[in-house]
Design a protein around this ligand. Structure first.
Ligand code: NDP
Length: 243
């Protein structure tokens, strides 16, 4: 299958930001899209907006729960008969220095950003292998290439996404694996940072940003390639970006 039209694509974390923009663009380009997140009222509004444009369904999803991810993937398969692409986009970024001891936020970061991706692989890989191919698009970050004070756990989570994705790519000849690594992008991501010093850091760090559609276009580019072409990583950042 070449291109986007007709592909069945599931997008996690589609209730805002990059996931929402990606789902919207893929529906506009003719994919059959399943969107998931915890804020189901946001998903319902997106479905309503796109109903006349193309094919889209929504499902409550908590990527930290293995059963929830399993149900999400199963819904794509039962509604549309297959699953061509899983976009593992759901993510959080509650930054803080280690000395602040915000260990619950460390757990949340690893649960959503790492375990969520693993749950996606666990649920979707058997479906893709059984149908003879598929693609994982995992949202990483420029934070998988750089480290800053206060960003240790978030960076670790994205370094982990890179390692997981590269191993998955090497393990299969018919499964495409793509990392999309944004720089600062307009979204609600910074709102998950509560620690005062880190919020101040982010206000400065996020002064220059690009719109979420820029990342959606990168996802669409990788999905649209022929099945023997794997775009392994795309780094998409503001032109005026030091890191
Ligand atoms: P947003 O905060 O706007 O979106 C994050 C999405 O993740 C929301 O839809 C949220 O939905 C979802 N999410 C969070 N926790 C869960 C969960 N437990 N289960 C299911 N969904 C969940 O941020 P972005 O759009 O920016 O983030 C998208 C991805 O891009 C993330 O992986 C992020 O790390 C990455 N990224 C973003 C950058 C940026 O500057 N914006 C830069 C580099 C990477 P809900 O709360 O409704 O569940």
């Amino acid at each position: 299958m070449i291109g986007i039209e007709g592909k069945v694509i599931a997008v996690t974390g589609a209730s805002s930001g990059i996931g929402e923009a990606t789902a919207r663009l893929l529906v506009q380009r003719g994919a059959r899209v399943l969107v998931g997140a915890r804020r189901t009222e946001r998903l319902a509004a997106l479905v309503e907006e796109l109903r006349g444009v193309g094919t889209i369904e929504a499902c409550a999803l908590d990527v930290t729960k293995r059963d929830s991810m399993q149900r999400f993937v199963e819904l794509a398969r039962s509604k549309f008969g297959r699953l061509d692409v899983l976009v593992s986009n759901a993510g959080v970024m509650p930054l803080s220095p280690f000395a602040a001891g915000r260990i619950d936020e460390w757990d949340q970061t690893l649960d959503v950003n790492v375990r969520g991706v693993l749950h996606g692989i666990h649920s979707a890989l058997p479906v893709m292998l059984a149908q003879g191919g598929g693609q994982f698009v995992n949202l990483s970050s420029t934070a998988s290439h750089n480290v800053w004070p206060g960003c240790g756990v978030y960076c670790a989570s994205k370094y982990a996404v890179n390692a997981i994705s590269e191993a998955l790519r090497q393990e299969h000849d018919n499964i495409r694996v793509t990392l999309v690594s944004p720089g600062v992008t307009d979204s609600e991501l910074a709102e998950s940072t509560q620690e005062a010093g880190s919020r101040a850091f982010l206000t400065d760090f996020r002064k220059v940003s690009i719109p979420a559609i820029a990342i959606a276009e990168a996802v669409a580019f990788a999905v649209a390639q022929p099945s023997n072409v794997d775009v392994s990583e795309l780094i998409v950042r503001p032109t005026a970006s030091a890191a």
